[in-house]
Design a protein around this ligand. Sequence first.
Ligand code: NAI
Length: 334
Amino acid sequence: MKIAVCSTQSYDRQFLTEANREFAHELTFFDAHLNEETWRMVAGFPAVCVFVNDTLNTAVLTNLAEQGTRLIALRCAGFNNVDVQAASDLGLKVVRVPAYSPHSVAEHSVALMMALNRKIPRAYNRVRDGNFALEGLLGFELRGKTVGIIGTGRIGAAVAGILHGFGCRLIAYDPQPNAECLSLGVEYVSLQQLYAASDIITLHSPLNKQSLHLINAAAVAQMKRGVMLINTSRGGVIDTPAVIAGLKSCKIGYLGLDVYEQEGDLFFQDLSNQVIQDDMFERLLTFPNVLITGHQGFFTQEALTSIAQTTLQNISLFEKTGECQNQVTMELLR
Ligand code: NAI
């Protein structure tokens, strides 16, 4: 099948080309993000392969459908950047990669916790500068601390497994409790109870109507003073101004982010020679207790291999049968 691959980086080319030896699709790579300005570059391709920062709103989907596109193949799990209702109305199928080594994201979440707690970036810079003072580097033991996990699907459960090994007390909030977590001794509580009891709060829910700006001023007000907040899910789960206020008042003691609500204009590109125009993002960078990575939770050899294979397999299945078990349906939005 002829596939237009949007937002291509060198690693997308590498892993998709490698996996495509088995599938023999016709891949055309585009560096640009897909959006209302750029959709013409992929006009006429029956399948369009996209990533988290491509925009598939009604206008883009309508244009693509009119030009003959039949399939949108997401090479990621989240689908909040696709207007699924519009796609369904237009008869466009949307498929995704629901699971690809949840451990990659889980391990990155715990890496953020550890790096923030033991102040690894500051320590690294100090030692390189010949400064071996320990003042300001004091950490705490994870053993015995209460960690609140919001969203215990594949990634949240993998985080629970790792932190169980650290000897943490695990509590969680999820409308659908996970049997694997229950068997680890995770206690399901209300959001209010989770905010009040957690030393660390880690976010692993998808972005949906219920989770949009879940971490707002009211939520921060209920948290323990000095709480550590980790978000590797989607930027929109956090109301960033509320979290900045929480950092300024020292209510939030540590913030680790791999995602940011306005990341579409920043992440996955080298802007080191430009002036960053996003003042909120720049404010976040001024705090000594904030650690941000640019959406790299998924970025491991294992995950990229799995993403490339599942993406091309989804497309092959659609081509052969018109169906695919990894389809994004309206059901998933409920
Ligand atoms: P999953 O679908 O296995 O689990 C999501 C869980 O969240 C489910 O148990 C669901 O019941 C729960 N949930 C839904 N709405 C909720 C709410 N309002 N509050 C609390 N829980 C809620 O998804 P998975 O694979 O664990 O991924 C979670 C999210 O992580 C993805 O949706 C995606 O946004 C993000 N992600 C981030 C990556 C990164 O590189 N940083 C890579 C992959 C995923």
